[in-house]
Ligand binder design. Structure first.
Ligand SMILES: Nc1ncnc2c1ncn2[C@@H]1O[C@H](COP(=O)(O)OP(=O)(O)O)[C@@H](O)[C@H]1O
Ligand SMILES: [Mg+2]
Length: 471
């Protein structure tokens, strides 16, 4: 964080100082919410959770060197006391980003936020110091904490914004107002909570509504291939830059194909030139993510050939997203167990098939959560697609939703052992351990809550017969 005195922080957040002998003491370290991360100079934010009250750790973090605690009551050690800790954290983030000279880039969408944020960060990082959301910390707490890690050197601040309902993105853009706002897609992630696709579009579009006008440098980077995103152009004063495969797009991909390894390759077109890209990431869905990143980089002045090199060299920064590992016996394990929704299931199945040419392919799939009324139809459709794409074996893992996956496959024409339904991760591991042959490719994917990464991990434990950790 940029150094601020406790007195300045108290004034920014409208708080009272308690037990602070010297208000000119500076906060120089990170702002943290986890007491174990407190280091000399940091500010500890005490949240009252359902099970844990951060205030109970106040003495410990100060002992570890924290300059003070941001708290909702006095705690007997240096504290800035406010009514609402979350609002205070937000106000502090806002103050800090206003003082920074950094360009703020924010992105949202139903699927691909973290992957795209990691791409944008890796591309912009080649031009200048870039700070970005670690992992998926995209909510009302993770976002300000990330913004507060920026320093005077930071030129680009890349922030993932998540939403579970109307007003969430508006709240986040109020904390860290972006100059460039990227909307990737409107899919069905969390559709159950939102109530429908239009509501999701309404919520995601709040990002472009928040942008400054074109004259003030505001730029909305929108997916031309997604009609609900394309339509957001009408909701912004910012300049609109379109990306996609459509002819209309300013930043386009042509000749898109997957290499034999399942990595996308395409010709990148930007208003400043063209260049070829072959990605290290797996799956066709990364083309769209890469174009979004290219559009941002173009907007910030990077030439097309440099963007193409950066995209071609970018790796995966976040775990369990199409993480490809070769076993010594020639079995390829693709761990995409971080999350799943219908769009990403389809993309992952296509990548599996591209990687599996001439080899046996296994799709070990579990439930896609939070689909509301569409759950049955969507699981059925994924099961059917697995058969249509000619995946060799479908292993559906878990309860009701897994049975819908398997039934979809069955009804589409899989027979015998081509699609099976097993009750849990351990059963899937047992089956795979006995059936896998050298050369097979195995995709493992489900919603986060299913915990299927344990299957991928078990498959990678060479020779071990270890139990799968229960979740
Ligand atoms: N553009 C995309 N369209 C569909 N699925 C995607 C896209 N980008 C990534 N995915 C898949 O969606 C899942 C979540 O990816 P992630 O980048 O973590 O997105 P988010 O942060 O939006 O949840 C992964 O399984 C990934 O393979
Ligand atoms: Mg994410």
């Amino acid at each position: 964080m940029i150094a601020l005195s406790l007195a300045e922080i108290a004034s920014v957040v409208g708080g009272q100082t308690h037990d602070i002998p010297d208000p000119s003491v500076q906060v120089t370290g990170p702002v943290v919410r986890d007491s174990r991360e407190a280091v000399p100079g940091s500010l500890f934010v005490a949240f009252v959770g359902e099970r844990v009250d951060g205030h109970d750790f106040a003495a410990r973090v100060v002992e570890a060197g924290a300059a003070a605690v941001l708290a909702s009551r006095p705690v007997g050690v240096p504290a800035i006391v406010v009514d609402d800790v979350q609002a205070a954290l937000g106000a502090l983030a806002r103050h800090v980003v206003e003082r920074l000279g950094a360009t703020l880039v924010a992105l949202t969408g139903s699927a691909g936020k973290t992957s795209t944020k990691d791409l944008i960060a890796q591309v912009l990082g080649r031009m200048a110091p870039t700070v970005f959301t670690p992992g998926s910390l995209n909510n009302e707490i993770g976002l300000p904490l990330t913004a507060l890690t920026a320093t005077e050197e930071t030129r680009y601040l890349v922030l993932e914004m998540g939403a579970r309902g109307i007003g969430h993105i508006r709240y986040l853009t109020g904390l860290t107002p972006p100059r460039i706002g990227v909307v990737l897609n409107v899919g069905s992630a969390h559709i159950g909570e939102f109530g429908g696709r239009e509501q999701i579009a309404q919520a995601k579009g709040e990002l472009v509504e928040s942008l400054p006008s074109a004259d003030a440098g505001g730029t909305a980077v929108l997916n031309a291939d997604d009609p609900l995103v394309r339509a957001m152009a009408a909701r912004t004063k910012a300049r609109v830059l379109l990306f996609g495969e459509s002819d209309e797009a300013d930043v386009r991909a042509e000749n898109v194909r997957l290499t034999a390894a399942g990595q996308p390759s395409f010709r990148l077109h930007t208003p400043s030139g063209c260049s070829d890209v072959t990605m290290r990431l797996y799956g066709e869905h990364h083309v769209s993510n890469a174009l979004a990143a290219a559009a941002v980089a173009h907007e910030l002045g990077m030439p097309a050939d440099e963007i193409a090199v950066a995209l071609s060299e970018a790796g995966s920064l976040s775990r369990w997203r199409m993480e490809v590992t070769e076993r010594p016996d020639g079995v390829t394990v693709v761990n995409d167990a971080y999350n799943a929704n219908p769009e990403s299931m389809r993309a992952a199945l296509r990548a599996l098939v591209a990687m599996g040419q001439g080899r046996r392919t296994w799709a070990v799939l579990g439930k896609m959560a939070e689909l509301g009324d569409e759950a049955l139809a969507e699981h059925d459709a994924v099961g059917r697609l697995a058969v249509r794409l000619n995946v060799s074996k479908l292993v559906a893992v878990g309860g009701r939703e897994a049975s819908w996956l398997q039934l979809g496959a069955y009804n589409e024409g899989s027979w015998g052992e081509e699609s099976v339904h097993v009750s849990d991760a351990q059963a899937a591991v047992d089956l795979l351990r006995s059936e896998l042959r050298p050369g097979d490719v195995v995709l493992v994917k489900a919603s986060r809550s299913v915990g299927l990464e344990s299957v991928a991990q078990a498959l990678l434990e060479t020779g071990a017969e270890g139990e799968v950790a229960a979740r």
